[in-house]
Write a protein that binds this ligand. Structure first.
Ligand code: SIN
Ligand code: FE2
Length: 206
């Protein structure tokens, strides 16, 4: 990947969004790298804590991935099929290295696939050991309405449309801010032939 400065970065509720961080060629290459992960570690539909099927489909790459089951949400070293997760997409790793601001590499890259009707309720990312380590989130494909609140549930929120190639960094005081995806704007991107959105989130877990 060529290193290139973001055209623009904006802050929403303390989360920094580097808009158009990835150019079209790198977006297409990252999609290829995600396909490789999905071939080795197929997408599955996790359950929420209350036992309902989530609308996103999910898989992971790196040392740890996210699974859900009767014992709740957790990081695990294996896909539900018992195999280790595949290596992290190189372009995602390069993005982490250029934008995370920390000297260590991520241990997990969660891959969420949103179809036109998928969404994700407001939540905090707090299953990691060290909240000084940011979460770096990459958007590919259709635009998504991203809502950001504060660190307490029920506070004021702000929203921004995340577009293909945008990278959001949740760090510092915003690391524990509530966030979620209200909806997908179907047909807003031609990156994925069948539409939809891919989101990759990288984290240091331990
Ligand atoms: C997440 O919070 O895990 C995903 C956020 C996104 O899809 O942009
Ligand atoms: Fe999250």
């Amino acid at each position: 990947m060529e290193s290139e400065e973001s055209a623009l970065s904006v802050e929403v509720g303390g989360i920094v969004v580097h808009q158009e961080h990835l150019n079209a060629a790198d977006q297409a290459e990252l999609v290829e790298q995600v396909r490789r992960v999905v071939r080795a570690a197929p997408l599955f539909r996790p359950e929420t804590r209350s036992g309902k099927a989530m609308s996103v489909r999910m898989t992971s790459a790196g040392a740890f991935g996210w699974t859900s089951g009767r014992d709740g949400y957790r990081y695990a070293r294996q896909h539900p099929n018992g195999q280790e997760w595949p290596p992290m997409p190189q372009i995602a790793l390069d993005i982490w290295r250029s934008l995370s601001g920390v000297p260590c590499d991520p241990q997990s890259c969660l891959i969420n696939f949103y179809d036109a009707d998928a969404k994700m309720g407001l939540h905090q990312d707090r299953d990691e050991a060290d909240f000084d380590m940011p979460v770096v989130s990459v958007s590919l494909g259709d635009e998504a309405l991203f809502r950001v609140g504060g660190s307490e549930r029920g506070g004021k929120t702000q929203s921004i449309w995340l577009k293909s190639g945008d990278v959001a960094v949740m760090g510092g005081d915003a690391r524990l801010n509530f966030h979620g995806i209200d909806r997908i704007r179907a047909g807003s991107s031609t990156l994925l032939p069948n539409g939809g959105r891919i989101n990759l989130t990288m984290r240091v877990v331990e």
